[in-house]
Design a protein around this ligand. Structure first.
Ligand SMILES: [Zn+2]
Ligand SMILES: [Zn+2]
Length: 230
């Protein structure tokens, strides 16, 4: 297989990975891949531009806590570097280097994992504002009821229903999880309770927060499916 064909394949894999893991199905991207191939698509995305679709896609992955899925990382792989010009490589590197530290996913140890009590007073070198906002969104009663009106009270990961499980006392009980932690730190962010919040049981909620930024609902479901078939 030629290097270019290998790159095509890696680009297509990147599309499906982002779709499956963070529910980002980049239509423009797959259309371009099929019409023009991976290399032309990547090169176009590496043209420096302000607020273009390439950056929007990159931002989408950053917001999902998965900048590692961005094609910039594939471009920078040692084996593919010869396919690109020095300025294309420099642009990819610039974008990767521009990521704030809090955008890069790191594990949260069990003793620090308290999704329901993300402390407002806790201070972080970076991301303090983000922490505060996330917990505010997850606790906001109006946002919560808008989310539950749309999605119901079943856990979006394991489908647990508290009333079914515990009877009357469980009626209406569920956590809501905010899916877009990093978007929250941008000044222009407007919460969309139907899209940005998701109902989850406390167990699944804690499992989503085993990473910071958190896992996506799709990733946690995939991990559970994998566990079930192991
Ligand atoms: Zn659950
Ligand atoms: Zn959460």
């Amino acid at each position: 297989m030629t290097l270019e064909k290998q790159f095509d394949r890696v680009m297509e894999e990147a599309y499906y990975l982002a779709g499956k893991q963070v529910d980002y199905w980049a239509n423009y991207f797959i259309r371009s891949l099929r019409q023009k191939g991976g290399l032309v698509t990547a090169k176009r995305m590496l043209v420096p531009q302000r607020g273009g679709t390439a950056q929007a896609g990159f931002q989408r992955l950053v917001d999902a806590g998965r900048p590692d899925l961005a094609i910039e990382h594939r471009v920078l792989e040692e084996r593919f570097r010869t396919l690109f010009t020095p300025s294309e490589l420099a642009e990819a590197q610039r974008r990767v280097d521009a990521l704030p530290k809090h955008a890069i996913r790191k594990p949260v140890p069990p003793e620090a994992n308290h999704p329901e009590t993300l402390a407002e007073t806790r201070t972080y070198e970076e991301g303090a504002v983000r922490r505060v906002l996330v917990s505010v969104y997850e606790r906001d009663p109006a946002a919560r009821s808008a989310c539950l009106r749309k999605h119901g009270v079943l856990c979006a990961v394991c489908e647990m229903n508290f009333e079914e499980r515990y009877g009357e006392i469980g009626e209406g009980f569920i956590h809501v999880h905010h899916k877009k932690p990093l978007a929250a730190c941008r000044g222009d962010y407007q919460l969309n309770p139907e899209k940005d919040l998701v109902p989850v049981c406390p167990n699944c909620h804690a499992m989503l927060h085993t990473s910071d930024p958190p896992l996506s609902v799709e990733e946690l479901k995939a991990a559970m499916d994998k566990r079930a078939t192991d």
